[in-house]
Design a protein around this ligand. Structure first.
Ligand code: FES
Length: 129
């Protein structure tokens, strides 16, 4: 398992670029960063639903830290390592650490945690959904 703790934070967007209660995807260094403007604060996840490996953009934000996939309705807990809270997705989404300074949003482009319960994060492993 890799340690991402010393990755630098990279600029994604201005806080104002994402209306409160909405989300919006930005491409940063070749990755889709979905900024989620929860009323409790800005959070960021990789813009890939692990169910069909398609975009989460436009999914509804719930409570202080949950996002609902707009395609088949799986919920993910952004506050708890992105874990899936219901079918059809079973694997977690990748959550990026966020820092907000002077109205700018920065994230650490961490890789997903690897492990037997998340083979999605292991390069070269093909999953059959
Ligand atoms: S693509 Fe997200 S739950 Fe199916």
């Amino acid at each position: 398992m890799s340690d991402n703790s010393d990755l630098e934070f990279v600029f994604v967007a201005r806080v104002d670029d994402v209306p409160a209660g909405k989300n919006r995807c930005f491409e940063v260094e070749g990755r889709g960063v979905l900024l989620c403007a929860f009323h409790s604060g800005m959070k960021a996840v990789e813009n890939i639903c692990p169910h069909e490996k398609i975009s989460l953009e436009g999914g509804r934000l719930r409570g202080a830290g949950k996002i609902v996939c707009p395609h088949h309705g799986s919920n993910f807990d952004v506050d708890d390592d992105g874990k899936a809270l219901g079918a059809p997705a079973v694997l977690p989404i990748t959550v990026f650490p966020v820092r907000v300074e002077d109205g700018n949003v920065y994230v650490q482009l961490v890789t997903a945690k690897r492990g037997p319960d998340n083979p999605f994060a292991i390069p070269g492993v093909k999953l059959n959904f």
